[in-house]
Design a protein. Sequence first.
Length: 112
Amino acid sequence: MKLERTVLGYPIWAEINRLDSGWDIGIYGGCCTHVGAVSMAEPSGDVETIERLHHKDSFVSVRWAEEMSRLTQEPVCVRCGIHYDSATKEQLSAIIAECDEMLQELVAVLRI
């Protein structure tokens, strides 16, 4: 499944794959897609995150991994790479808010 938004003039999308056991999610966008953070969550609430130096992608990856694992009671891996050149704090807040809305859309579609 794929969800997409346009945020500050660039696309951000989430690719959601249901596995036999768990979920694999990639969230990318902005003006330069990349891998900035990877978060893995367990139904127990444990979350492990690896984030590249000087990146802030874990703001999105942790939220998605925690919420999806909590709701599905399955392991979840979220890879995130969203980049906007010289983004202000307000713009970063807008990006995170749109990603949160995509997450809520996913929850609604999956009815979990």
